[in-house]
Design a protein around this ligand. Structure first.
Ligand code: AMP
Length: 221
């Protein structure tokens, strides 16, 4: 199966994509994770992407399109996958269509995880994580606070907030997201691939709704 997840930052699409990927044995392809790792390792792509990633702006289409196309043109290209965070613009969708056509691969469904902006701001701007590479625990000031504010329960390291989770950055990411959303949805709706799932509520309920939508679309899951 080949799926694309679309949703605002903090919609939980990463969590849902990982659950589904492990259930259906699909590769989880998260461009945000790939770009953050490239920034951390200071690769050539990472150097170019860094100013965009830390400020919550979209990395230029050419850079991210190349990154994805390279991966799909390799001998060990992904055959069954979930795209999480790509395509994010109409230009990316067009480029990805072309790459898939060249590879004789087709998308089975696009899941749009729909969450209101204010809910996103509440979720993301409260998110703190442990920078200790051996721990990486995450907390939320409202939903899952650490016992001692600002300190990891597990390893007692001082918690940090991801640069792109600060409230002003989250709001900027949402503006960018909305600028591209309608075109992206129209693109996949016109291909008959789009399924919308409300992304509010607990993880299990949203997951069950995604599975239901896929089954209703005749996809084995
Ligand atoms: P994410 O974790 O998916 O929210 O991605 C984190 C950051 O990586 C975004 O704010 C962008 O700067 C960058 N990024 C991830 N995927 C893309 C994409 N498809 N197009 C452009 N930038 C991206």
């Amino acid at each position: 199966m080949r799926l694309i997840f679309i949703g605002p930052p903090g919609s939980g699409k990463g969590t849902q994509a990982k659950l589904l990927a492990s259930r259906l044995h699909l590769l989880h392809f998260g461009t945000g994770d790939i770009l953050r790792e490239a920034v951390r390792l200071n690769t050539a792509a990472g150097k170019l992407a860094k100013p965009y990633v830390v400020s919550g702006r979209l990395v230029p289409d050419d850079l991210v399109n190349e990154l994805v196309a390279d991966r799909f043109r390799r001998d060990d290209r992904p055959e069954r996958f979930i795209m999480d965070g790509y395509p994010r613009t109409l230009a990316q969708a067009a480029s990805f269509d072309q790459v898939l056509r060249q590879q004789f691969l087709a998308i089975d469904a696009v899941i749009f995880l729909d969450v209101d902006d204010e809910e996103i701001v509440r979720r993301l701007s409260g998110r703190w994580s442990c920078p200790n590479p051996g721990c990486k625990a995450t907390y939320h000031t409202q939903f899952n606070p650490p016992a001692q504010p600002g300190v990891c329960d597990l390893c007692h390291t001082a918690l940090i907030q991801r640069d792109d989770d600060r409230e002003e950055t989250v709001r900027r990411r949402l503006v960018v997201y909305h600028q591209n959303l309608d075109d992206l949805l129209a693109h996949y709706r016109s291909q008959g691939l789009l399924h919308t799932v409300r992304g509010e509520g607990d993880i299990e309920t949203i997951y069950a709704n995604i599975l239901r939508v896929l089954k209703e679309g005749g996809l084995p899951c």
